[in-house]
Design a protein around this ligand. Structure first.
Ligand code: GDP
Ligand code: MN
Length: 416
């Protein structure tokens, strides 16, 4: 599960990490008054308007704008609320933006000894490193909007510090990272506090990713001779298997940011992930679903989805599964691959027939128009096959398959 930046900022603040104040805006009409309020509270006319969507790359897409007047704030809000955001992380169709964060803008110090225009923007994140099976702190001096390029072209610019499985991130580790980042004076202590806080947050809330990019340093002032170290972006993902024990995180769930088909599937206990191919797959068991997608690929096809109906799906859930698969207009054929263990093949067959009789085509007719290849094996397989054979009238496009390879070849051939 992901959350918005404005929610992430609240989390950071609750773990003692300094974040500039901000307010959520959901309409163009609110823009001018909110601008004035945020500017008045921070004592600066610089405000940053930021699209709140579950995707990054907003800066480069023009969906993070620094404004200095109510008029500019309103223009930025109008642009973001009336255009879809297309960034490197969204795909060409982009995302609709319905929420904006108006945050106090900050000045960023020039990079000491850096190239002209270079600013003190750092990358800081905690995630799980599967290779070492540890949580790891990742940091870089080259933070900001080009971190992906940095990681790709100059991997040496990325610092990694593993967290102790029980003790978490130690102060001395955080200090070492702070020095490696080139921080000086009171910046070190400020950054250590942020790193340790972020590690605690990651652990306490069962995160899979806790990212601050950029972490910045403000220019020196008489009261802060080394500047202030602040988080001005926040990105979090949480382990879905652990959200049950975090009511506060659950409350941050925003269904409008989720794929509607995936949400619908969740309600029926189906694990569904939309993909971009044209062969719908209905399978029981996650391992078999992976193997099915592999074999479809092997025979030149491309899966439209991952769908695991689980070990004990009801006829109703199977009917729903078909309805979700066929709602995807890219689907040109469906492959059903069931190995009945706890799952009974006759339940699946009944679900297929039920789904076919209920399925409505755009032209008003009922029944499946797309080729349907079915491979059944295991518990009650004979009963299942008989049900399908007897229902041939309502399943004109049905092709039974003898095994996995036969099924994959048939469905790939059928979609052309
Ligand atoms: P992202 O592109 O989706 O990761 O959005 P960010 O929140 O990271 O903003 C992108 C970039 O905008 C940052 O790397 C900064 O360079 C700039 N930016 C964002 N907020 C501020 C701010 O308050 N002041 C200044 N000077 N720059 C900002
Ligand atoms: Mn960012």
């Amino acid at each position: 599960m992901k959350i918005h930046e404005y929610q992430g900022r609240q989390l950071l603040a609750s773990f003692g990490i300094l974040v500039p104040a901000g307010t959520l805006v959901e309409s163009i009409e609110q823009a001018a008054t909110t601008y004035k309020q945020v500017a008045a509270e921070s004592g600066s006319d610089l405000v940053v308007v930021k699209a709140q969507v579950h995707a990054g790359g907003r800066g480069k897409a023009g969906f993070v704008k620094l404004v200095r007047s109510a008029k500019e704030a309103e223009d930025a809000a109008r642009f973001m609320l009336t255009n879809r955001m297309v960034s490197v992380q969204t795909g060409p169709e982009g995302l609709e933006v319905t929420k904006l964060l108006f945050a106090a803008g900050v000045d960023i110090a020039d990079r000491a000894g850096g190239a002209k225009g270079a600013k003190e923007e750092f990358y800081l994140a905690i995630t799980t490193d599967r290779a070492t099976r540890r949580n790891v702190l990742i940091a870089s001096r080259e933070g900001g909007v080009d971190i992906e390029t940095v990681a790709h072209n100059t991997p040496d610019a990325i610092i990694k510090e593993p967290l102790h499985p029980i003790m978490g991130l130690q102060q001395h580790q955080a200090r070492r990272v702070a020095f490696e980042l080139g921080l000086k004076g009171s910046q070190v202590g400020q950054a250590v506090k942020i790193m340790v806080g972020l590690a605690k947050l990651f652990e306490a809330k069962d995160c899979t990713l806790a990212e601050i990019n950029p972490l910045i340093i403000t220019p020196p002032t008489p009261t802060h001779a080394d500047g202030q170290v602040l988080a001005i972006d926040a990105k979090f993902s949480f382990d879905d298997n652990a959200t049950f024990r975090h009511k506060d995180i659950q409350a941050m769930f925003d269904p409008t940011e989720e794929n509607p088909a995936e949400l619908r599937a969740q309600r029926f206990g189906l694990s569904y992930i939309a993909l971009d191919g044209n062969i719908g797959c209905l399978v029981n068991g996650a391992g078999l679903a992976m193997a099915t997608m592999d074999i479809v690929k092997l025979h030149g096809g491309s899966p439209a989805n991952f769908l695991d109906v689980g070990g004990s799906a009801t006829e109703e859930a199977v009917t729903e599964a078909f309805s979700i698969i066929l709602a995807d207009h890219n689907v040109k054929g469906v492959m059903v691959n069931i190995f009945g263990g706890i799952m009974r093949c006759d339940v699946i067959a009944a679900g297929i027939i039920n789904a076919a009789t209920k399925h409505k085509n755009p032209d008003g007719s009922t029944g499946f128009k797309v080729p349907l290849v079915v491979r059944l094996e295991g518990t009650n397989v004979e009963a299942g096959r008989k049900l399908l054979a007897d229902a041939k009238g309502s399943l004109p496009t049905l092709q039974p398959a003898t095994d996995l390879t036969d099924a994959a070849m048939k469905v790939c051939k059928a979609v052309g």
